[in-house]
Design a protein around this ligand. Structure first.
Ligand code: FDA
Length: 429
């Protein structure tokens, strides 16, 4: 257990805070009374440490008293509720002990709930789901069986347009907005590709008729990229033309790195015809810094994500730290110079950094948005809305859910267990 006490050098409560922390550590089973004292000297230092006031106690890098999202970075005294109901500037020993016990109980519960998964090397399971997402034969088998609602509905709004519309209504009630994905990718015939474009046009029309925001995301391979890039551009062009007529937005999702150049080329071409056409940049790709610069120059809207495909190290960063650092750099470029960027992530540390960056640079919430996937971190989506941020949810619907669903499992292999256990609960119920 790594224990840190963070304080400003002149904190008048430091001595008391040290005494309380020592007392707490003595009460905790197996804890050593040792802690690191970290001085926070100025606002830059505070921002780097995510420091919200002095003193702060952190265990294993996490604040023992949660900070509300959006709370400003500052060097002032921080107040904590005391056992007698009043507030004072030290974290009471009881609070520290209770928080450590709570975290230990959560760990025990998680271990008990996921015995087999923990023994499964995460990299193998991730690789398996990424591999499965590319297998057409598996997709055919899985989507041929009746829509396994309980399993798939966690991430997919449904198989029909009316399911998607119902999901949008629920999001509207929660103060969120959306982009709709009519599921499908890697089609193998021109007829299928043309039918995909038709489905998008029908979806745009349905949104416009109901007078709800018309914003869609589509995959170039769904429009025939693997068959013929010219034909693909013509198909997407039809969707973009309808979007132009009704004032809708169209974003071209980004697939694996072999499609980056051609996809960005199509975005540029389509953007000339309709300004509301946007691109996606993946922070795991080494080339992305140059792509962001070029897109900023052309004022093309960018969605920034980490990237969901299994890419070789020659083109992509492979460690989490590198991908996250790249995300931060690109995020700052987009927030400063881009046109209404979309920060697509569920990573709380990155989101906190974005809020902080916006605050310090006077970038109002109207100048960017957060995007998250349907069914992922709904708590975080609601929290961001509650502090006045725009949250756009990526809402997929359709029968061709298999590759999308496999990528969501690859991102977090623990999902398999939580989904299976919810299906079993439903069967029993
Ligand atoms: P990270 O993977 O570090 O996850 C942070 C936390 O979020 C996790 O600890 C977990 O709590 C939660 N989380 C993340 N994924 C989860 C999941 N599947 N199930 C449950 N919890 C999960 N990619 C791409 O290559 N091309 C694209 O066009 C897009 N488009 C896109 C649109 C939108 C709106 C989003 C949000 C994402 C994409 N992506 C994408 C996917 C993206 O590249 C990435 O794979 C996922 O968003 C996961 O990365 P995070 O940034 O959330 O961080």
């Amino acid at each position: 257990m790594r224990v840190e006490l963070l304080a400003t050098p002149d904190c008048p409560h430091l001595h008391l805070a040290q005494t309380e922390l020592r007392a707490a550590l003595e009460m905790i089973d197996g804890a050593t009374p040792h802690f690191d004292l970290v001085y926070v000297s100025d606002l830059d230092n505070a921002a780097g440490l995510g420091f919200h006031g002095s003193p702060t106690v952190r265990i294993d890098g996490l604040d023992v008293v949660a900070v509300a999202m959006g709370d400003p970075i500052n060097l002032d005294c921080r107040l904590y509720p005391q056992p007698d109901g009043r507030s004072a500037a030290v974290v009471p020993a009881q609070t520290i002990v209770a928080e450590v016990e709570r975290r230990r109980a959560v760990e025990v519960q998680e271990r008990a709930a996921q015995p087999s998964l923990r023994s499964l090397p995460a990299r193998i399971s991730r690789g398996f789901f990424q591999w499965s997402s590319r297998r057409r034969s598996l997709a055919r088998m899985a989507t041929a069986v009746p829509f396994t609602r309980a399993m798939v509905r966690r991430f997919v709004a449904g198989d029909r347009l009316d399911h998607a519309l119902a999901a949008l209504e629920r999001l509207r009630e929660q103060g969120m907005t959306w982009t709709v994905d009519v599921l499908g990718e890697s089609v193998s015939s021109r007829e299928q590709a043309a039918a995909s474009a038709d489905r998008y046009i029908a979806t745009l029309d349905a949104l416009a008729q109901r007078n709800v925001e018309a914003n869609v995301s589509l995959k170039p391979t769904q429009m025939g990229l693997d068959i013929d890039p010219e034909f693909c551009l013509a198909n997407i062009g039809r969707v973009v033309e309808r979007a132009r007529q009704i004032g809708a937005f169209v974003r071209l999702d980004m697939e694996d790195h072999t499609k980056t150049d051609v996809t960005l080329g199509m975005v540029r071409e389509l953007h000339q015809r309709h300004i509301e056409v946007g691109a996606v940049i993946q922070s795991y790709l080494r080339r992305s810094e140059a792509d962001v610069e070029a897109l900023n120059r052309d004022q093309i809207r960018v969605r920034l994500c980490k990237g969901a495909y299994d890419e070789p190290p020659a083109v992509a960063f492979k460690t989490r730290d590198e991908v996250d650092e790249s995300y931060r750099v690109l995020m700052e470029r987009l927030m400063l110079d881009g046109r209404y960027p979309a920060l697509a992530t569920h990573d709380e540390a990155i989101i906190e950094q974005a809020l902080l960056f916006a605050d310090r640079n006077g970038i109002a919430p109207e100048r960017y948005e957060f995007q998250m996937l349907y069914g992922v971190r709904r708590d975080l989506q609601e929290r961001l809305v509650s502090i006045g941020q725009t949250v756009r949810v990526y809402v997929p619907y359709g029968t061709q859910w298999f590759p999308y669903y496999m990528r969501r499992l690859a991102e977090r292999p623990q999902n398999v267990l939580s989904i299976v256990s919810s299906v079993l609960r439903e069967r029993r119920g």
